[in-house]
Design a protein around this ligand. Structure first.
Ligand code: NAP
Length: 243
């Protein structure tokens, strides 16, 4: 069994400071990857960095970046920084998102709607479009993985902008997947992690006992597989946590 399926790969994770993203950072690094960790909370990224170095994991890179408010120029600067440092990107996990309000559309706040769309849709487009050339610079089999949700495939009452934003992510994934199908080694998929014990889950289900929800670490083997060359044939798929 290959214990380092991500050896020598460079993978960027958005929303790397907490929750599923933090667990993905550790999982990818333990599988051999150099991880570029992107989030707003620089102190937390520094803590993760120190811990990873102390554990002897590949030294990660910290990117303090607000995906909701950063101008387009900042995405080009990020691309140039990664290009200068690594010359390629083997994997891009677009994980950061926000919940917004859990309320009927008739009551939904316009500012909140726009914030959710800026982070959950517009920044995903800017990251995917701007970093695609770096994924195409990888030697082979680069992976672009969007993060979806069950309400991004079949919506439900009171999920508002979050559900709509995840439908948009599925549309972006399908559009890019068909565009790249015969012309690129970059595979594009979406992944629904399902209910997972994070601060977002607690905000969505405040009455739930967190101990009854799986920990982020439960997902990580599936993420490692989807970032590894073993999944190179999976393209244009809306995937779910299998468990
Ligand atoms: P979470 O615990 O709320 O973590 C969100 C991450 O995104 C944090 O690291 C946060 O870090 C970062 N982030 C938030 N706003 C940002 C911004 N403006 N710029 C950059 N980074 C930002 O969420 P999660 O539960 O781990 O969810 C991760 C993904 O899985 C999301 O796409 C979510 O929709 C999806 N998902 C989750 C569940 C679940 O049950 N948890 C179920 C289905 C789908 P900073 O605050 O430091 O920026």
């Amino acid at each position: 069994m290959n214990t380092k399926p991500l050896q020598d790969k460079v993978i960027l994770v958005t929303g790397a400071s907490y929750g599923i993203g933090e667990a993905a950072v550790y999982g990818f690094a333990k599988a051999g990857a150099t991880v570029i960790m992107l989030a707003r909370t620089e102190d937390k990224l520094n803590t993760i960095y120190d811990d990873m170095v102390a554990q002897g994991l590949p030294e990660p890179v910290i990117v303090a970046f607000d995906l909701e408010t950063a101008p387009e120029e900042a995405y080009f600067q990020l691309r140039d920084m990664i290009g200068k440092e690594f010359g390629k990107l083997d994997g891009l996990l677009l994980n950061a998102a926000m919940l917004g309000q859990r309320t009927p559309i008739s009551n939904y706040n316009w500012q909140t709607w726009n914030k959710v769309m800026d982070l959950n849709v517009n920044s995903q487009f800017l990251m995917a479009r701007t970093l695609l050339p770096l994924l195409e610079s990888a030697e082979n089999h680069a992976a672009l993985l969007f993060t979806s949700s069950s309400v991004g495939r079949q919506s439900k009452a009171y999920w508002g902008a979050y559900a709509v934003s995840k439908f948009a992510i599925e549309g972006l994934m399908q559009t890019m997947a068909t565009e790249l199908e015969n012309t690129s080694h970059v595979r594009v998929n979406s992944y629904n992690p399902g209910g997972t014990r994070t601060s977002m889950r607690a905000a969505a289900y405040p009455a739930e006992n967190p101990e009854q929800v799986k920990a982020p670490e439960a997902i990580i083997d599936e993420y490692i597989y989807l970032m590894s060359d073993a999944s190179h044939h999976i393209h244009g798929q809306a995937l779910d946590f299998k468990g």
